[in-house]
Ligand binder design. Structure first.
Ligand code: 5GP
Ligand code: MN
Length: 377
């Protein structure tokens, strides 16, 4: 049984740590704008990117819960453009997320009646699929909370975008820590706990999933101080790990064996591996939504491997989804932007090819050829 430890808000006021490398994420004018936008809003919609991952679900659910506590008069909804994987369904608040692709007629009016939209875990409206058009067409203030490179200009009034941080959940936790003293100043919010247990669980899950359980993009010491704060709110980090990573069906593990045995193609000179996954194979293995998650990481366990490319047929559209993972300095995001119409981070990026699997493999070969000088070393 996990005990929720009562914690005084003032323990975690960060700016005094600036001398040790903590930098404020919010300028004084950002804070003023946040307070102004939030106090004016009555119908708030929080959204994330299509194909939500742990960071998208973690940041939207934690933010929704935190806002409901601090702005009880506002109606706060979380909208995801598309369904999310089954292994995230246990997350607190996930059951309240509205799925736009399933309930378009219900969700569209919610966006159209909102007076504030908060975009989490993406910096471009097109990453919300057609929901991005609905949001773009609705003239209301927007806040962006994100950690992707090159946020789209002009889509948010307040942009809190930090590509140097591990995850949107990390950005959000630091924003909460910076806002808390302001909200606590002479208002009833001072009696509220910094985070609820569930908010801490959501935030930890996003930080954990976006860093491969703290094996990449997680070298800055601040992350561990933030984890320490979350642990003090009673989270069981080992259980969260199992909830996310030990959820395979027998078919999922067999699929993994099959992919590694039959589908792994290693381009030795380029220190690159490629795997393809078709809808016929999806049917053969009874593959469920989310079952292919993580397969792209496996080839990086090969000694000297620098880049892993995973191509999978989309289930709904005639396109191939592309996932790229790398180690060290190889820029997956540059390759994704130049060859696969996408983007992402240095070590994890993605995109898509509108064409056949053969087209996608041919483009992947071209991409590797172009980046060969970086891969060969
Ligand atoms: P995944 O391989 O897990 O689908 O995506 C890895 C990362 O690549 C995501 O966290 C996201 O940052 C980025 N990404 C994936 N697909 C796209 C895309 O179509 N466009 C952009 N800009 N980034 C993407
Ligand atoms: Mn993220």
């Amino acid at each position: 049984m996990i005990q929720e430890t009562p914690i005084s808000n003032s323990n975690y006021f960060l700016p005094h740590r600036e001398g040790r490398g903590w930098v404020s994420l919010l300028s004084p004018s950002d804070k003023a704008l946040w307070l102004q936008l939030l106090s004016a809003a009555r119908h708030i919609v929080i959204t994330c990117h299509r194909g939500p991952d742990g960071d998208a679900i973690g940041s939207t659910t934690a933010l929704a819960s935190w806002l409901r506590r601090h702005y009880p008069e506002a109606d706060i909804r979380v909208v995801a453009p598309t369904i999310f994987p089954d292994f995230l369904k246990w997350m607190p608040g996930a059951e309240d997320i509205l799925i736009y692709e399933k309930h378009e007629d219900e969700v569209r009016p919610i966006i159209e009646h909102s007076d504030l939209v908060i975009l989490c875990d993406h910096g471009e409206l097109k990453r919300m699929w057609t929901l991005g058009d609905v949001v773009r067409d609705h003239p209301t203030p927007r806040i962006m909370i994100d950690h992707h490179l090159d946020p789209e200009q002009g889509i948010a009034d307040l942009v809190i975008s930090h590509p140097d941080l591990s995850s949107t959940c990390e950005v959000l936790l630091r924003v909460i820590l910076e806002l808390e003293p302001l909200l606590a100043d002479g208002c009833p919010a001072s009696s509220l706990p910094l985070l609820t247990h569930d908010e801490a669980v959501s935030l930890y899950t996003g930080m954990m999933t976006d860093t491969g359980a703290f094996t990449y993009a997680s070298t800055r010491p601040e992350i561990y101080e933030l984890i320490s704060i979350l642990l003090q709110h009673g989270i069981d980090k080992d259980k969260i790990y199992r909830n996310v990573f030990f959820t395979y069906s027998p078919n999922r593990l067999k699929l993994q064996g099959y992919m590694l045995y039959a589908k792994l193609d290693v381009w030795k000179k380029a220190h690159t591996s490629i795997m393809t996954f078709t809808n016929a194979e999806r049917r053969r293995f009874g593959t469920l939504n989310g079952d292919t998650e993580g397969l792209v990481n496996l080839p990086l366990q090969i000694l000297g491997m620098k880049l892993s490319i995973f191509l999978r047929e989309d289930t709904e559209h005639p396109c191939i989804r592309v996932s790229l993972r790398s180690v060290d300095d190889f820029p997956c995001n540059e390759m994704a932007a130049e060859f696969f119409g996408g983007g992402g981070h240095k070590n994890a990026a993605g995109g898509e090819i509108w064409g056949t699997m053969d087209d996608a493999v041919a483009i992947a070969k071209k991409a590797v050829q172009k980046f060969l000088p970086l891969l060969k070393e």
